[in-house]
Structures are given as C-alpha cells and as structure tokens.
Design a protein around this ligand. Structure first.
Ligand code: AMP
Length: 298
C-alpha cells in the first residue's frame, strides 16, 4: 500500500501514520522527521533546512524530492509506505508521480485530514506540552508565530494538492476533527473499500473508482449515525472491489449485487412516495365523495 496523508500542521498526520504503520507494518516516511534528524546530525542538508524550518518556511523542492527518492529505494519501503508531510507543493507531487511511474508503482490513495483551522493552535500547543512532559526537546516550529506562517504556506502551496489529487481521482477526505480512534477507523475503512489493504500491489481493482467514490462520500459524513450508514453504503463497493480478483462470473455477480444494493434506497423511496401518493389520492376521493354526498343531502 502506498498512501499520502495530507493536512495542515496539527491535523494528525503523524499520529495517524504511526497507527497505520503499527497495524499494517509499512513504513512512515515523514520528510519533517528526516529533516529534523538531518539537522540534529549536522549534515549539510540538515543545516540548510534547520533555519528554514525554524521560520516556518518550506525546504526547497529538489532537496525533499531527493530525500524521498533515496528513501523509497530502501528495502523496508518495498512493501509500501505512508508519506507524511510529502508532497507539500505541486512540483513535489509531479516529481513523486514521475518517481513512481519509473518504478511501475501505483499510489493507492491520498487521504486528506480536514480540520478547522481554529483548532490547530490548541493542538500544536498540546503537542508541545506533551513533548515537554516527556522531557524531550520541543520543536522550534511549534509556536503560535511559526504556526501562523506554516498555515499560510499550507494554504498557498500545499492546498492546491487537494485539487491535484482530486482531479486524478486519488483524493479521499476524512473529518480530522473526530477522535483519533474514529479517524483511524475511517481511514482503515476507506483503505479496505479501495482494496488497498490487500497484497495485490500492481492491480487496480475493477471497481476501485466506484469504491473510491463511495468511500469519499461516506468519509465526509461526520455524525456517528451517518458513519454507520456510510459503512453500509461502502459494503457493496467493498464486495465489488473484492470481486475484482475473482473469476469473471463472480465479478459480474458482485457488480450486480453492488448495483442492486446501491439502487435499493432510491427504489424504496420511490415505492414509499407512490404509496403516500395513493393514500393521498384516496383521501381526496373520499373527501370529494363525502362533499358530493353532503351537497346532495343539502
Ligand atoms: P512537519 O514535521 O511535516 O510538520 O515538517 C516540519 C517542517 O519541515 C516544515 O515546516 C518544513 O519546513 C519542512 N518540511 C517537511 N516536509 C517538507 C516538504 N515536503 N517540503 C518542504 N519542506 C518540508
């Protein structure tokens, strides 16, 4: 599985990436972490990046693209990876596309964690507090002033990626304001619907785009109830996605089942509406009849 987590600073990308790593045994590639490690080690790249990071700027595209290009060649990235904090600009995304294309690898999905900006400062302050409590060094860029700059960078340079990946039908949006547990569950559900959690790395499930559309719709729902019904809605898509690895007849059957289930709510609504209309017509008839009778009587 190859996945990108997209979201502003404090949206929970790192937390969710770690949870996915833990559950699926694939590596988390965080350019921020790599740059911080390089800065701590005092490498030329690290020293160049350190100041930029402390000021809330972005490290040049060619630097981070170079880091990622090397990193995905490592044996532990063969099974898949979660990109956290990369790409952050359209040129980085284009470079990644090119890297993957050359290696005949496919990107499974881009999960955008959507959050209210007003909550980010509190989250970043909490992260700093927790780091301090653990006796670790607090990130230089986890301050209100630098966060404001990082958010501005996100809006102008990273947010265009939402459109970039949405156009390529890779984008799935999750409500990042839910609890950590809920967000994880939602991401896992989406990835299952896409078939991304199955070990067929080079195959595109026949109904992946359908599953993606269903997952996208459902991911946007925020209430618990909506999430539950969304889970049902994703079922046919999951079935169809699974069917992609089965013989043609089974794929057909899975597709038929998915279509049938997808149509059901609409059909039910139509039936209900028809019944309601019939009842109303009867009531009107009755009313007319009694009016006539009344007129006759008078
Ligand atoms: P993060 O840990 O992802 O919040 O990143 C911390 C800082 O590292 C960012 O504010 C940037 O200065 C730098 N950085 C991380 N990833 C990238 C990237 N893909 N492109 C440019 N700069 C990056």
């Amino acid at each position: 599985m190859r996945l990108i987590l997209l979201g502003p600073p404090g949206s929970g990308k790192g937390t969710q990436a770690q949870r996915l790593v833990h559950r699926h045994g694939i590596v988390q590639l965080s350019t921020g972490e790599m740059l911080r490690a390089a800065a701590a080690a005092g490498t030329p790249v690290g020293l160049q990046a350190k100041e930029i990071m402390a000021n809330g700027g972005l490290v040049p595209d060619e630097v981070v693209v170079g880091i990622i290009a090397d990193r995905i060649e490592e044996p532990d990235a063969k099974k898949g990876f979660i990109l956290d904090g990369f790409p952050r600009t359209v040129p980085q995304a284009e470079a990644l596309d090119e890297l993957l294309r050359k290696k005949h690898l496919k990107l499974d999905a881009v999960v955008e964690l959507r959050v209210n900006e007003s909550a980010l400062l509190a989250r970043v302050e909490k992260r700093a507090e927790e780091t301090r409590a653990r006796g670790e060094e607090v990130r230089l860029d986890d301050t209100p002033e630098v966060l404001t700059k990082r958010l501005a960078q996100y809006r102008s340079l990273t947010e265009p990626l939402i459109h970039y990946y949405s156009e390529r039908r890779k984008l799935l949006t999750v409500d990042g304001m839910m609890t950590i547990e809920h967000v994880t569950r939602e991401i896992n559900r989406i990835l299952t619907a896409l078939g991304a959690l199955e070990p067929k790395e080079h195959e595109e499930p026949e109904s992946a785009s359908k599953a993606s559309r269903t997952a996208k719709k459902t991911a946007k729902r925020t209430t618990r109830k909506a999430a539950e019904s969304a889970s049902l809605a994703a079922k046919p898509a999951r079935k169809a996605a699974k069917g992609a690895s089965k013989p043609a007849s089974k794929v057909k059957a899975a597709k038929k089942a998915a279509k049938k289930t997808a149509k059901q709510p609409a059909r039910k609504t139509v039936k209900k509406a028809a019944r309601r209309a019939a009842r109303a017509a009867n009531a009107r008839k009755g009313a007319k009849g009694s009016k006539k009778a009344h007129e006759k009587a008078s």
